[in-house]
Each structure stands twice: as C-alpha cells, then as structure tokens.
Design a protein. Structure first.
Length: 431
C-alpha cells in the first residue's frame, strides 16, 4: 500500500452521499491528495448520474458489485470508500481488509453488532485500517464541548441528557426510502441515532455496557393517524390521495397536490430519478415499514456515566438539546436545524454553550464556526480523511472501527430492547 499522494480511491456504492461528500471534493479541492480510480455498484444508472454530475470522472472504470476482486486487481486502489446502502458496508469493508486496504465507511459502519464484531476482528488480521465518517463530531460547538470536558469544566461526567427532534419533512423522508426496512438500515436507532450515540460516546470517553429502551411506530405505517386510507403501493409522484395527506400538504400547495403527475418527485423526494427500479417517494403509510419512529432509552457506560436519550421523527421543528452533567458543573446547548422550515421565530439562531459550575456563576461560550455541511463538519472530516488528521488538534477525533461498533451496538440494543421488552447487556469481546 502506498503512503504517497495522491492516494487511489475505489468508490463502492455510488450514492448521492458518495457524489456530494466525496467525489466532487476529490476532483476539486483534493486533487493533490486523492484520485478516484474505480466505481462499483449494483445499479449501472448510478454510474451515469455520477458522471453527469462530476464530468471529471468520465474515464473512471465501472464495476458490478460482484467484481470487487477484479476491480482491485485492475485499478490497484489504496483506499475503499464504502458509501452504499447501510447493509452493503460490511461486505465492502471486509473485502477491502482482506486485500490489506484501508477503508473509509459512511456511518453506520454496519447494521448489526455482529457484523461490527466481524469487521473489528478482520481489521486486526489486516494491514488496512477502518475509518467511520462520523462528521457530527466536527462542528465547532461539539469540539468546544469536548475541549471543555477535557479541561475538567464538568469534572467526572455523571449523566447526559440528549433529545433529538426531526421534523415532518426530514422524518418522513426516511419512511419513503430504503431506510424504512430494518434489513437495509438496521432501523433508525442505527441508521440515524448511531450519529447521536457516537457523539456522546466521544464527548465523554464512554464505552456503553447496558441499554434499556422503549419505542414505537407512532406516526407512519398503516396505523398512522393521518393516513388518508389503508392502501399499500402508493407513491407521492402519482398518488391520487396526496391532496388529503397532511404530510404532503405541509410542504406543498393545494394546487400542486391536486395535479397528479408521475414525476418521481413528490413533496420530499429527489429532483430526478437516480436509480433503476427504485422510487424515493414511497408512501409513508405502507404496511411494509418495519421500523420505529419514536425512541426513549437509558444507556449506562462502563465509567459510570448515564445517558438519557430520546428521538422523535415527526416533530413540528428540527433540532436537538444536549446537556452534560458532572461533579463540577453542567454544560448545555441547543441547536435549531433548518430554521427556514421552522414555523415560528427562533430567538437565538447562533448556537452557544451555557456553563453552570456547581458553585459559581453561569458563563456562555460561542465557538469559532466554519462553513460547510453538517454544521461545518463535512469540510473538516474530509481534510482529516484525505490529507491527515489535523496535527494542531490536541485530541483524537476520527472514529475507528471499535468506536463505530460501540454506536451500532447501542442502536441495535435500543430496538432489541423495544421488541424484547428487556434490558440488553453489551458485549465487545472478539471470542
């Protein structure tokens, strides 16, 4: 494996995330450091879309999903980018490690704790290393919170409160796409909440050991309160009932809802057809949905810290509230995502951290922000991945395979606890 730049990257899973987060920056900002040398996917239409969006990769060879070994032999990549549907990550990661290649995976690293165990074991046998792209560690406010904890501002962490609110547009989108099937995504306690669990794990240096949760499908699926009728197989683009659908009408005019055309768009689908035999505008009230849309969970860590977590995927606004309590004080923050979708004025649009020492006066901290997606996290994690971790940063921030396993293990334990109605004890042994 070469340590010289540019490093050669094979993109496995040519998703919208692969195009926007990785391919476009590789051919613009990081040409000295990264070169895309192969595209691999189950759907040839994805190659066409990618090359239309990123003309610089017109000559990059294309491979079917079963041609991984051929791809490696012919293009000799240094790094595998596992960026397809969540359930495909484990296959690409294990294949890359078997070839002693480094792997960068989109989150979640896998959809089950057992697959994560396989990855960690395979990494120990390989010369390659795994990075999971948890970009939500990188926003300025989260880095500031990490620095305050490391500096001892809260003392020993005792408990964390995290509530995440996802609005009716964003929340419904998961139930229109492949994410709504647990076999594809692991459920939203893994696909989405692994971000949240990883953030807390990293902030408090915690290894989870026990999970107890409750959850339900409250808003979506055939029993959803706003389902116009119990009928499967509808799609927003050509649904005769979309004028009666409150979720559609929240983001569309009545005239557009009444005009039924098979446009593949709908109220919260993509702007064009991107995949063969796949629609991103399936009905959010289908009986095929087998995941939850509401969670509350308690997580205990090996260091004694406790996490109270909740997440709701059908809220009137989007954002989160996070508080970390310790023996010396408390830090807390709140963020409003997508303020342009929030149906009321927001008093403070710039995020800050309030610090309350156990004995002393409240202080307020603002962080130096940077531009870019996911609160400025995307540009920073790309620099760490494509160049090297920032040598001026005095603490580790990139997630490895073991840490990625911790977040998936919590997410899996959450939905298992919901289904089995019992406390789940986590096991990170490789035996």
């Amino acid at each position: 494996m070469s340590d010289l730049f540019p490093r050669r990257y094979a993109i496995c899973g040519v998703s919208a995330r692969a195009i926007g987060m990785f391919l476009k920056p590789m051919v613009s900002e990081f040409t000295e450091y990264a070169e895309p040398v192969a595209l691999l996917d189950i759907d040839p239409l994805r190659f066409k879309i990618a090359k239309e969006d990123v003309p610089q990769i017109a000559g990059v060879p294309e491979y079917k999903a079963e041609e991984f070994d051929k791809m490696v032999a012919e293009t000799k990549p240094d790094v595998i980018l596992a960026l397809g549907m969540d359930c495909t990550h484990v296959t690409y990661i294990l294949q890359g490690l078997a070839h002693d290649l480094d792997v960068v995976s989109e989150k979640p690293m896998a959809t089950t704790s057992e697959d994560c165990r396989r990855i960690v074991a395979a990494e120990k046998r390989s010369k390659g290393k795994v990075i999971c792209s948890f970009n939500y560690r990188y926003p300025a406010i989260h880095r500031k919170m990490r620095e305050m904890i490391l500096a001892g501002a809260v003392g020993r962490v005792t408990n964390v409160d995290l509530s995440w609110y996802i609005d009716t547009q964003h929340g419904a989108s998961y139930f229109k796409r492949w994410n709504r099937i647990r076999a594809n995504s692991g459920g939203l306690s893994i696909h989405k909440a692994s971000h949240h669990f990883d953030l807390v794990n990293w902030l408090i240096d915690g290894v989870p050991d026990t999970v107890h949760a409750f959850g339900a499908l409250n808003y979506y699926g055939p029993d959803g309160e706003y389902n116009p009728s119990r009928k499967d197989g509808r799609t927003c683009g050509d649904c005769a009932e979309r004028a009666k659908c409150r979720y559609y009408r929240r983001w569309a005019t009545r005239s557009s809802a009444l005009k039924v055309v098979d446009d593949h768009i709908g109220a919260f689908a993509g702007s064009r057809k991107q995949y063969t035999d796949y629609r991103p505008d399936r009905c959010i009230f289908d009986s095929a949905i087998d995941i939850e849309d509401t969670y509350v969970a308690n997580i205990r860590y090996a260091n004694g810290a406790l996490l109270n977590y909740s997440c709701n995927f059908s809220m009137p606004y989007e954002g989160y509230r996070l508080a970390i309590n310790g023996t010396k004080g408390r830090i807390e923050t709140q963020e409003w995502h997508a303020p342009f979708r929030t149906p009321f004025p927001i008093e403070h649009e710039r995020q800050y951290i309030d610090y309350f020492p156990i004995f002393g006066s409240q202080e307020r901290f603002y962080a130096v922000e940077n531009e870019g997606g996911h609160g400025g996290g995307d540009p920073l994690i790309r620099e760490d991945i494509f160049i090297e971790p920032d040598p001026e940063r005095p603490y580790a921030i990139l997630s490895g395979a073991q840490e990625a396993w911790h977040s998936v293990a919590i997410g899996e334990a959450v939905w298992r606890s919901v289904k089995e109605e019992q406390i789940i004890h986590l096991d990170f042994s490789l035996d």
